[in-house]
Design a protein. Sequence first.
Length: 270
Amino acid sequence: MNHPQQSTALLFDRRAWRRHRERAALAGAVDFLHAETEARLIDRLDIAGGEYAVALDLGSRGGALARLLAARSGTSRVVLAEPAAAFLAGAPGWRIAADPELSPFRDAAFDLVASNLVLHWTGDLPGALIQLRRALKPDGLLLAALLGGATLIELRTALFEAELAEEGGVSPRVSPAIELADAVALLQRAGFAQSVADSETLTVLYPDIVALMRDLRGMGETNALAARRGVLRRATLGRAAAIYAERFAAADGRLPATFEVIFLRGRAPG
């Protein structure tokens, strides 16, 4: 996930990120978080109103959001764009292998661009938003969900303190993220009108830190930072688990994991 002010051409290892998504797809992806945010995106689409004949599902995974869009009144075509071929293999309809950082679409191609939990993996989010605005027809709608700055705050804290204690230094293990306060300015900077941003916080309870990390792997959301350093040492992981439990455990002993989802909405100028 990226901060809007960073110059981060090498923030992410794009090959590793695609490999993580491929692995998640082949292993039977963990999609409960995506399903939750898909429903919330559709709610916001209902609020925005209108019909959108040609839609793009950017970061489509297996096509769940595309199916919801295709079922809407007035939709004639939904194009699915996803960097992981294993996800695309089981997806419906018009499909293209594409990285959200480098849009392959011509100008004014779509009436709607919907993107679910993929734009936080762009090293240049303002640039990606500009590309999406250009891909929209006049008065076309962008609707996106991406992970925000409070995501996995518990895990970040535990890993930071554990690595500092066990290894005497800290390596980058959790991506930086945008903040809600910056979101509308990002949309406006990219040339969108009627820009709106809001956030929702989803909390998932886990029996232990290993179960959380297993789900992140199944989502394809594990570390793909270009500056990452190897796997966690066993001692560091043990210390992180202890810190996580001591600092954040619920009354029943389960560990909460916070996911802040920022929703963006904007229109291409008419």
